[in-house]
Design a binder for this molecule. Sequence first.
Ligand SMILES: Cc1cc2nc3c(=O)[nH]c(=O)nc-3n(C[C@H](O)[C@H](O)[C@H](O)COP(=O)(O)O)c2cc1C
Ligand code: SF4
Length: 516
Amino acid sequence: MMVTVRISDDALAIACGADDVAKAFEKAGATVERVSSWGMQWLEPLVEISGIGFGPATPGDVQAILDGGADAICIGPIAAHPFIAGQQRLTFARAGKTRPTSLEDYEATGGWKGLNRARELGPEAAVEEVVSSGLRGRGGAGFPTGIKWRTVAGAKADQKYIVCNADEGDSATFADRMVMEGDPYMLIEGMAIAGFAAGATRGYIYCRSEYPHAIAKLEEAIHKSAHIVHPFVLEVREGAGAYVCGEETSLLNSLEGKRGEVRAKPPIPALVGLFGRPTIVNNVLSLAAVPFILAEGAKAYADCGMGRSRGTMPIQLAGNIKHGGLYETAFGITLGALVNDIGGGTATGKPVKGVQVGGPLGAYLHPDQFDIPFDYEAYAAVDALIGHGGITVFDEDADMAGMARFAMEFCAAESCGKCTPCRIGSTRGVELIDRILDRAPRTRDTVEALPQMHNAPKDQRSLDDEIELLEDLCETMKFGSLCALGGFTPYPVMSALKHWPADFGVATAKVPEAAE
Ligand SMILES: Cc1cc2nc3c(=O)[nH]c(=O)nc-3n(C[C@H](O)[C@H](O)[C@H](O)COP(=O)(O)O)c2cc1C
Ligand code: SF4
């Protein structure tokens, strides 16, 4: 009997050897179907035969799998695996199940239902459906998506644009990539709905150049679905790798062929965006949530979640974690459940020291904070971010002062240079943390070289003085920066200092309270 074997062609699976495993199955006479990834990264390459999973598989396991003797890597029915069964997959409903660029598979699994319903409802009602769903931007800022759409829909212009932010620069994030590689028509459908709702006939997907598989899949899918989304016309544009080009105004400059420098707001991109025209800029996950919302109704989406965080969040578990991968669930889950119960703790087996949530600008959370629910407001209340939903786990060996230094260094490297607190502050921040870590506070000579410092003490500075200066610098960056790159860099720095002062060589640190 001819066996059909399903193996992911997601970039992570390929990096783990999926292509070699697929070739070995073909050589053994099996039919291989390349599908999207289930998102259980520690099990890739994951092989599926009639719903039963084997992973991580190597070419050497192929014969044993076909002979029914690969018990050691058999995980049983994939859909019943606790990592999958515990999820509420609205956006990733097709993950692991369909061939990414197959129009047939997409249509057979409810594809285009949302676009068709939007066309039946009309533009205004389609916008209101997104407003009622409570969907908030998944790129980081959490701005209500429907309100942004309403602004663009209400603007008068000869041309409007839909821009998909697929720069996905945050550490520990890969959900956008998984959507683009695994379910590209869902993103195209979300953008076509946005275009229809706001009166925009052109769209751009700004994707980082480090995602060649995603770009290839998108281009194929755009070509094959052009007649379905007509008159909406879509193109992919490659970014060149600057983190700040994920910031929406910098991204628009980059799309226009200019330097990726942040624009001052106002005017907001919804009114004066790409080429000066009203533009919806939305993250991949925001747009990818829209087909479900239109197809199943706003209520079906709004019914999940807590408080003002409605719907589901595709959370990305990474770093030093045993079971890394994509976990989509309704808002409200605790960090402890994600890291310990679902993620299985650290990969090294050592105790968790801290967790960074929300990418390089996100705060480090201490295990004492593991009962905080995954919710925009609950995180903001402790000066933390949900961001794009990336979680990086660190074990007890991590040097949190070193991580604080890294945050400043990252900001210095990625700063667009437009405003002083970020451009200069981040470089001074690295120097300051170096002095703290080297236990070499600024000397009298260097203090005198900086007479403009209002609080510069006249004598040799102590370690505590330097810590105070770091806190001061963070306040200045937080409140004085033009965008969130400089404005949020203090979050990882201050949280590291607050929770692990010993790593900085001090007993305690006075960290300013959350700002409103
Ligand atoms: C430094 C910086 C980097 C950012 N990177 C991204 C990114 O990679 N992807 C993204 O969607 N949003 C990113 N954002 C947020 C965007 O500016 C913007 O809020 C988002 O694209 C809006 O879409 P949303 O409302 O759907 O989240 C970044 C913001 C900053 C300040
Ligand atoms: S905070 Fe940094 S990245 Fe943002 S505008 Fe200022 S210099 Fe540019």
